[in-house]
Design a protein around this ligand. Sequence first.
Ligand code: ATP
Length: 536
Amino acid sequence: MEMDQLVALCKRRGFLFQSSEIYGGLQGFWDYGPLGVELKRNVREAWWRDMVTAHNELEAPPGAPEAYEMTGLDCAIIMHPQVWKCSGHYDLFHDYMVDCRESKRRYRHDQLYGRWVEAKGQRIFVATEAGGEEGLAETQQKALKFFNLRSKEADELAWDGPLVSLTTVKDLSRVLGPNAKQLGTLTEPREFNLMFKTIVGALGGDEDAAYLRPETAQGIFVNFKNVLDSSRVKIPFGIAQIGKSFRNEITPRNFTFRSREFEQMEIEFFCHPKTSAAWYQYWRDRRYRWYVDLGLAGDRLRLREHEAAELSHYSCGTADIEYAFPFLPAGEFGELEGVAHRGDFDLRSHMEGKLIRQGDELVLELDAEGKPRYRGSGKDLTYFDDLTQERYTPHVIEPSAGADRATLAFLCEAYTEDEVPDEHGKPTKRVLLRFHPRLAPIKAAVFPLVKKDGMPEVAQEIYQALKPHFNVFYDEKGAVGRRYRRQDEAGTPFCITVDGQTLSDGTVTIRDRDTLRQWRVRKEDCLAEIRQRLNG
Ligand code: ATP
């Protein structure tokens, strides 16, 4: 599948629009249309139901070391600025960017690749935004142009090594930027904090600066004590939150994959330090299975453990759940969710102040005068176990997913083209979205075969009977074949059609989106039939 086809379908059928499109759009911001809003709600609701409300705290699910509790939160987007100082985001949540003086383009330093090449006595580094095969082809084209060579003179280019990251290049004066004609137009990399800054209050100055949260997790940590005191939960337990996060990404791209405003679905799971390694394994596997159960399967989904060198300063284990999005070069995967063992880093940071790693220890970061660089809340965020009489700072396992990336992966996976016979039996191309029924924006569509003979009245009756239970759609316009095709494109798993036979024997046909199989049921059994099929 070409990504362009999916993007066009999303716009045509109302899944996704560019934000403020009539004004030319705003890069990195997206709006969900009538079908998109239902799809994303279903993703969020499936997550909340599977992780929180349907979770049975009396029984340990398969793979879990013991039974546990789950609860939820919904925190404010703007929090006390000290939260971000202690969490490390204020100092450390940045990317490096480079600007091109010639093309005026801005790039993320770690997202540029390139190759060293020598020709006509000059050795240069040809940079590109593309990785893999595409990057190789692009660097070749650019090098030919730069050295004024024709394609058949390509063997005059002496390549030195494979495609590597621009971060490996020390001397930028020999770099040919991705959109530049001259050498040395890229600036030295500069740090850029990804948090959106805002001012609180009408008279506010810079001392009233606050930040739009770049993750939902910190709201959970700072409410740890409130949840403990108000809900009688006992360790092990998890707190879940779904909400908007904001990151001023340098290069938002790949549709909604890298947006500046997006939604996260995060769990902070609090456990005893002795069992935290087992809980990490459990959450990693459980979260991977969730995507599989909702239809992401096969070789496009993978679970990747981070190498020790890749781990954050506080983490003793992190795995990414990744999907081979079609906009990535062959063989590359993009992150859907990170599952991290965070130790006691977060709770201690909010008690003590900003922590840094010294050898194997986490210690308070001090300023030049030997005082804490950022003070924590000073509140006691430890846990006391009544049974064992033990007091400790819980360890945290964090499965952190993106609702928009998950929605995009489900869209990519669902997009299918096949050939089906039209009304006259001639094979015609069909585009369909094979969503898992739980995720489908519309669960069933109801059609009268023709707009006469009392068929619309019966179809309306069925539509009204189903409507209180799930999202259904009524359509009586145009040829029935076209109506089926429109529902296939929307990903509707079932179409119910009232026809001539309905008027004599009270049965209707139900058509399956994927197999095209049709069968008859009594019209008053539609609700039970669809409900049973939606529940698998
Ligand atoms: P990346 O490396 O792709 O920038 P990250 O490792 O910074 O992602 P986390 O901080 O672990 O991401 O955030 C958890 C989840 O939030 C990600 O797995 C992703 O699903 C989602 N997410 C993060 N940044 C964005 C973004 N800019 N747009 C959409 N979703 C995002």
